[in-house]
Each structure stands twice: as C-alpha cells, then as structure tokens.
Ligand binder design. Structure first.
Ligand code: ADP
Ligand code: MG
Length: 245
C-alpha cells in the first residue's frame, strides 16, 4: 500500500483548472519530485495536500486514512507536514526559540501562540536535535530574521520536521540559494529520507535528479508524465516541453 495515494484531485479557480484530475502515489521512504513549468499547478497541489485549499474533487489518503475533508492541523496530526514556498519562520525570535515553539506546538497539536518554555530540558533536547539535523547548532542563539537565506530555509525545514511527519512536503527548498547552499540542502534532504517520505517541488534539476526516486511532471494542471527519475530524464516528450526550455 502506498503511503500517499492521490486520486483524481481537482481544483478550479474560476475558468482555470489548476489541478486537473491529478493522481499520484508516494511510497514509504520515497523522494517523489513534482516538476513542471511555472503555473503548472505544483503549489496548488501542495496546498490541496496540506489542506490549505479545499479540493473540488478527488481523494487523498495517507497510510490508508482519507484526509480530503480534514483541516490542515488534523492532517499534520495524521502525519503530513510541509514547508511553504515562502519561508515561514518567526523572524524576531532566535533559532532556539523557533525550534522550541515548533516542538511545543507539535506536542499540543495546536497552532495557538505559546510562551517559549526555554527551561524545559526535554523540550530543549528535542529542539537541539532538530538544530543538529539541519546543521543549525552554531546558529542556536541567532535571531532568525538575521540568518543568511540558506540558513532560514534550513530552519523552515527544521520547523516542519518537528511534527515528525510520515510525509514531508517541500515547495522549492532550494529557491534563491547559491550552489554551495543548494548542495548542503541536497545532503540534508538525503539524510531526512531515512525517517520520512518526501514530496519535493524543485526547479533545480540537478537537485531533482540527485534526490528523486520517481518524478511526476505537471503541465497545465495535468499529469504529463510519471516515472522513475531515469525514465523522466530520458523521456523525449518531457525534454521537449520542459527540460529543453
Ligand atoms: P506552480 O506552482 O506550478 O507555478 P500554481 O499552482 O501556483 O503553479 O498555479 C497554477 C495555476 O493556478 C496558475 O494558472 C495560477 O495563476 C492559478 N492560481 C493559483 N492560485 C490561484 C488563486 N488563489 N486564485 C486564482 N488562480 C490561482
Ligand atoms: Mg509554485
């Protein structure tokens, strides 16, 4: 059984069908990349999966549980976590405070405002572990908004994995990064896959082909091609519409 099973998902914005009967499966331990030109519907699909947008049709199951009618926080509790295309850290708090809040929010399964409990040793250990996984230990006391862009993205991923998801949704984690930062992010994502499946939206094709087991290509809201990274890389149709651009 697939970890994530999406069947015939539909989303319309007026006359535009941004998601046109999309079906895809993500297996346990898989990194599945979602690629396609701008406006293909990649972010919309992630919003439908996380519950930020309601779907107009179709089904979405995680580990056999139907999620389509659940609110975003209920989907997080079911094992889905996401990073936005735009970073969503608390810029005025330190890295430590951001991570402590994420761990506290996960434990309470709530998104209401918390006071940071920085004296709680168990919480602190969990937050430190997240910093360690995303190689942010040296930035522990840095105010998040002052971090370089790449480190802010790493913190964003750290906040998402605080929920210990079965499936992590990453919308362009390398966006705006230089080559060295991208390479580091590829390595960190490679480490994460030991504990969770990942649905990865990414424009950096080097990163996609390094990381992805399978790839779904979206064009105008529809699945244009689907296969192993190897198959997609050598598919002349895909090269024509997308990779050759
Ligand atoms: P991608 O992430 O692949 O670049 P999007 O999912 O952002 O694509 O957009 C897919 C299509 O849906 C585009 O035509 C976009 O203009 C449209 N769209 C996305 N969000 C909205 C919205 N909230 N209202 C209206 N149209 C939208
Ligand atoms: Mg997008």
């Amino acid at each position: 059984m697939s970890l994530l099973l999406i069947q015939n998902l539909v989303k319309r914005f007026g006359a535009i069908t941004a998601t046109d009967h999309v079906s895809l499966e993500v297996e346990k331990g898989e990194i599945h990349a979602l690629i396609g030109p701008n406006g293909a519907g990649k972010s919309t699909l992630v919003h439908l999966i996380s519950g930020l947008l309601p779907a107009d049709g179709g089904s979405l199951q995680l580990d056999g549980q139907e999620l389509i009618h659940l609110a975003p926080h209920q989907r997080v509790a079911a094992g889905l976590s996401r990073c936005f295309q735009i970073t969503s850290i608390f810029p005025k708090l330190t890295v430590a405070e951001n991570l402590l809040l994420a761990v506290q929010a996960h434990q309470a399964n709530s998104f209401r405002w918390f006071k940071v409990r920085d004296k709680d040793a168990e919480l602190k250990a969990k937050a430190w572990e997240l910093a360690h996984r995303m190689q942010l230990e040296s930035e522990w006391n840095t105010v998040a908004g002052t971090l370089p862009h790449g480190a802010q993205r790493k913190l964003d991923v750290a906040l998402a994995i605080a929920a210990t998801p079965k499936l992590l949704l990453l919308d362009e984690p390398m966006a705006g990064m230089g080559p060295a930062e991208s390479e580091e992010m590829v390595e960190l994502i490679q480490q994460l896959r030991k504990d969770m499946a990942i649905l990865l939206i990414e424009h950096d094709m080097d990163a996609v082909f390094q990381l992805a087991d399978r790839i779904t290509v979206l064009v105008y809201g529809k699945v244009f091609a689907q296969g192993t990274a190897e198959q997609i890389q050598h598919d002349p149709r895909v090269q024509a519409v997308y990779l050759g651009q």
